[in-house]
Design a protein around this ligand. Structure first.
Ligand code: FE2
Length: 200
């Protein structure tokens, strides 16, 4: 199975879109599903901001070498910096909207308004990343580097998901996605488990 970071991010985008679609179309189980979406989006954003955005920003600034040790960043890469700033801003906006969604009664009219707001942010995030940020990344990191970035992306993403599920279980349900402790990773088995589709 391909493990390069672009494949992993794109796959995560499709899964997030599918979950948001279910959230809009299936009123039953919304309370649980919105918590899962919040955790998944937070994990996705944290992993991108830790492993992907810095590489694109450095490449845009003309700095060789990436923190994952890919060793193939090309200094003359163009663009990407502004897109990354916008992407990080969208992660925060989406997180704020999700926080309000989690606190909102799923049967209230306000829930649908917030859901539409969140869908807009997700659609914009996915379009920007897949048309600008990920092509910029592919232009400056070689295939081996993309695989190494993929390992880091999944390690961070899965650690976030594991912690948020532990926290939710400790609360007897609910949602949330706290930042994992430094150096916290995940085993391949945990990765496979976290990749499973959420129930509901
Ligand atoms: Fe993304």
């Amino acid at each position: 199975m391909a493990r390069d970071v672009i494949t992993l991010i794109t796959r995560d985008h499709r899964e997030l879109e599918e979950m948001v679609d279910r959230l809009a179309k299936e009123p039953e189980g919304r309370e649980r599903l919105v918590g899962e979406v919040a955790a998944r989006f937070a994990a996705h954003g944290a992993a991108e901001e830790e492993h992907v955005y810095p590489v694109v920003v450095r490449a845009a600034a003309g700095v060789a070498g990436d923190r994952a040790g890919a060793g193939a960043v090309v200094p003359e890469a163009e663009g990407g910096g502004a897109d990354v700033v916008r992407g990080a801003r969208e992660h925060r906006v989406a997180g704020e909207v999700l926080g309000r969604l989690c606190a909102c009664d799923p049967s209230s009219p306000g829930f649908d308004d917030l859901l539409h707001e969140f869908v807009d942010v997700v659609v914009r995030h996915v379009r920007e990343e897949e048309t600008r940020v990920l092509p910029a990344l592919r232009a400056v990191v070689d295939p081996a580097g993309l695989e190494r970035l993929g390992e880091g992306f999944e390690r961070t993403r899965v650690a976030w998901l594991r912690r948020s599920r532990e926290d939710a279980a400790g609360r007897g349900g609910g949602s949330g996605a706290p930042r994992p402790r430094a150096g916290e990773g995940a085993s391949a088995a945990e990765e496979r488990g976290a990749r499973g589709r959420p129930r509901g």
